[in-house]
Design a protein around this ligand. Structure first.
Ligand code: PLP
Length: 449
């Protein structure tokens, strides 16, 4: 069953009030864009919905399609738009910067870049204060892994199964000049068991997973590793919180093996989890922190922050990134930090996040299809199963419910190995009323199954 048009319209009319009407859209329709997309874009660029949306405007936690229809955005461009869409305090300084100078190159002095580096360092513990800029999370992680290999002289990298860290590897190897070259040895990555409390073999026993990591390093490597890279909460993997105690035990093991601990904060960073960084909940101080997504609120910006001692490995060779740290993106980064502070977005993520998690947990009592509710702050996951005992992934139903929720005016993401986990990562200005509306739309859509 699907929601009738009448139901959808009535539902949408109950969206929390919002005083903004976008200007009329005069561009090509969704059908025309879809045709072009089919012909000219790679099929790997999939659309989230079976009937794809043409989103043409955004304001704070709302998006608008070509007809002016308003949607509550609980995905935030894949956990990117943390301050809200087109937040004026981010957009205005960026426009001013663009009008004045777009791309001086990072080879000249650039105040936004320097001020943002200083502000970033002030957000990190210990000696983490040297910043390298990139354009994306992938590039940030590439650089972090290279640094770990150069610093330790080891090749072996360890990560956990089900983690996601990016999509590049070969370009530094393909580069011909030795000064810029770095050979990525493909088989030097070892995957430890995923410390997943819901699906993992050891359930919530963080110590057992950490012991397996220890064994992996002892028997799968020379006993010395370059580094360990891990997300504090897996995002693409389906909002998986790590089993309690795992990360701090893993930290000790990695240190004993001489490796660097790399915190991938691309998705969990910048206030999303209710802490400023995801790793803060685990009492570890990483050697390297990587970030992207939310740090530019949609402008392409990534960064690697490490200690002066580790950063010194890049004085022995060069690292260069044409756009990384450009004045426009770093202006956005600086503005994002100010908005997070001024509007107390970290506190809001913690407060609205726990309210929403509670509501979703109550919904689990009502709907058999909900197998698990998890996450922290405004990084929440709802895993759907057709059999709670067997944990059979309800992948088709997930798609159906998402489509249905879209019709009712709520956009969420999905992920997980089986594509059966709702990813709820809204802008951090999300309110309790928004949370109620989301839960109501999910409830209604599940009832219509
Ligand atoms: N690391 C994590 C945790 C991510 O979630 C992602 C992207 O989803 C990446 C790295 C890669 O970032 P990007 O897509 O900006 O290259």
């Amino acid at each position: 069953a699907t929601a009738s048009v009448k139901d959808s319209d009535e539902f949408q009319a109950r969206l929390p009030p919002f005083a903004y009407t976008p200007p009329p859209y005069t561009g090509p329709s969704a059908d025309v864009i879809l045709e072009k997309r089919k012909e000219f874009l790679s099929p790997s660029m999939f659309c989230l919905y079976r009937k794809p949306l043409n989103i043409v405007d955004g304001k704070m936690q709302y998006l608008f399609d070509e007809s002016g229809r308003r949607y509550l955005d609980a995905f935030a461009g894949i956990a990117v738009v943390n301050c809200g869409h087109c937040h004026p305090d981010v957009v205005e300084p960026v426009i001013n910067q663009i009008k004045r100078l777009q791309h001086p190159t990072v080879l000249y002095l650039n105040h936004a870049n320097a001020e943002f580096s200083e502000a970033l360092a002030s957000k990190l513990p210990g000696d983490l204060k040297v910043v390298f800029f990139t354009n994306s999370g992938t590039e940030a992680n590439e650089l972090a892994l290279m640094m770990a290999k150069l610093y330790t002289g080891c090749q072996d990298i360890v990560s956990v199964r089900n983690g996601y860290h990016g999509n590049a590897a070969a370009t530094m190897g393909a580069t011909g000049q030795s000064m810029w070259k770095f050979n990525v040895v493909q088989n030097s990555v070892h995957h430890a068991l995923n410390p997943d409390p819901y699906r993992g073999v050891f359930g919530s026993d963080g110590e057992k997973y950490a012991k397996e990591l220890q064994d992996l390093i002892q028997y799968g490597t020379t006993g010395h590793i370059a580094g360990f890279i891990c997300e504090a909460i897996q995002g693409v993997g389906g909002i998986v919180e790590l089993a309690p105690g795992y990360l701090s035990a893993a930290y000790d093991t990695v240190k004993k093996a001489g490796g660097l601990f790399i915190a991938d904060e691309v998705q969990s960073g910048f206030a999303r989890t209710g802490n400023f960084w995801g790793f803060e909940a685990h009492n570890v101080v990483p050697d390297i922190v990587t970030m992207a997504k939310g740090i530019g609120n949609g402008f392409p910006l990534g960064a690697v922050v490490t200690t002066p001692e580790i950063a010194a490995v890049l004085t022995r060779r060069s690292y260069f990134n044409t756009f990384g740290g450009n004045s426009v993106s770093t202006t956005a980064g600086l503005a994002v930090l100010k908005v997070i502070e001024k509007e107390k977005l970290q506190e809001n993520a913690a407060m609205v996040g726990s309210y929403l998690k509670e509501k979703l947990t109550q919904l689990k009592e009502k709907h058999e299809i909900i197998g698990d509710v998890r996450g922290r702050g405004l990084m929440l996951g709802v895993e759907l199963v057709s059999d709670r005992k067997l944990k059979t992934p309800a992948t088709a139903e997930t798609l159906h419910i998402m489509d249905q929720m879209k019709e009712l005016g709520v956009l969420i993401g999905k992920g997980g190995y089986f594509g059966n986990v709702f990813r709820i990562t809204p802008p951090l200005c999300f309110t309790k009323d928004d949370a109620d509306f989301l839960v109501e739309a999910m409830d209604y859509s599940m009832s219509k199954m």
